[in-house]
Design a protein around this ligand. Structure first.
Ligand SMILES: [Zn+2]
Length: 294
């Protein structure tokens, strides 16, 4: 039986039309996928669009559209572009598909059962008119809104957190024992020194946002950014929906640009470790070269 190769591009965000950076990454990924097919691998090549979140909610509002209508329009642009330049994906995941809700909720439920989710408060500089936080988080220096330029207000809201701080040692051990987990080596060193500097817990939900997947045990919150978006890689492999497909293709390999390296090499393996069940560890041990291998 042919060896499998599950390979992903990043999910592109639908608040704006496709851009050159994503197109470049996707062409490189498609080239690698073609090479693997020629080498006899059973390839599952993943593409997708990230369709939730505040930026999309706001971009839609500006145009007088529902977020889903904007997502549909931009998603279609991606499909047309990939077709016109000959991208041959096997799987396309939209984070607004019901099968993706199932994957996110399962990941969350498992992480929570393992004690890695807790309720806290998220604080930051918030623009009331744009309903958005500024990127600066120093409480002593008022920040301006990145969109309208007005001064923001210090704001706190209830949020669920992922206990990322508990994974520092396990992540370092992962990079140490699997030198190819992050390539090239210069990026691995960069991430390892970032993790050595200590990890803060990660806010994974928002009450001020409506355009997202509600938390199963507290629907006044929706999942926020990475917990939703990264999980699409599981969705594409059939997680929670098709066990045969999932056990055949998972785990996979991800191709990402350097601007999202940290999310893929720190948050993502930590989420997966938090959600790991004993039987999954056994399966992973039998497979070589995987991100799961201990
Ligand atoms: Zn503003």
């Amino acid at each position: 039986m042919a060896k499998t190769f599950y390979f992903t591009t990043p999910l592109y965000y639908v608040n704006a039309p496709p851009h050159l950076g994503g197109t470049y990454t996707t062409i490189v990924a498609d080239t690698i996928a073609r090479y693997k097919r020629m080498m006899g691998f059973d390839v599952k090549f993943f593409c997708g669009t990230d369709e939730h979140g505040q930026k999309i909610e706001r971009a839609a509002k500006k145009e007088g559209l529902e977020p889903k209508a904007l997502a549909d329009r931009v998603h279609k642009l991606y499909l047309e572009l990939w077709k016109s330049i000959g991208i041959e994906y096997d799987e396309f995941v939209r984070t607004t598909e019901p099968r993706h809700d199932l994957a996110v909720i399962e990941l969350y439920t498992r992480a929570k059962a393992s004690g890695y989710i807790y309720k806290g408060a998220y604080s930051g500089w918030y623009c009331v008119s744009d309903e958005a936080y500024a990127p600066e988080s120093d409480p002593s220096t008022p920040a301006k809104c990145p969109d309208c330029g007005r001064l923001t207000e210090w704001f706190s809201e209830e949020s669920y957190f992922f206990k990322l701080s508990a994974f520092q040692d396990r992540l370092l051990e992962l990079y140490e024992k699997n030198p190819k987990f992050i390539r090239p080596e210069s990026r691995r060193n960069e991430i390892a020194s970032f993790v050595k500097g200590g990890l803060k817990d990660l806010s994974i939900s928002r009450k001020t946002l409506k355009w997202g997947i509600p938390l199963p045990d507290d629907p006044s919150h929706v999942f926020y950014v990475w917990f939703d978006a990264l999980t699409a890689y599981l969705t594409g492999a059939g997680f929670k929906v098709d066990d045969v497909k999932f056990s055949k293709y998972w785990p996979g390999e991800h191709l990402v640009g350097k601007d999202i390296l940290r999310f893929h090499t720190v948050y993502w393996p930590a989420f997966l470790m938090a959600a790991r069940r004993t039987e999954d560890v056994e399966v992973a041990r039998k497979r070589s070269g995987s991100v799961y291998t201990e």
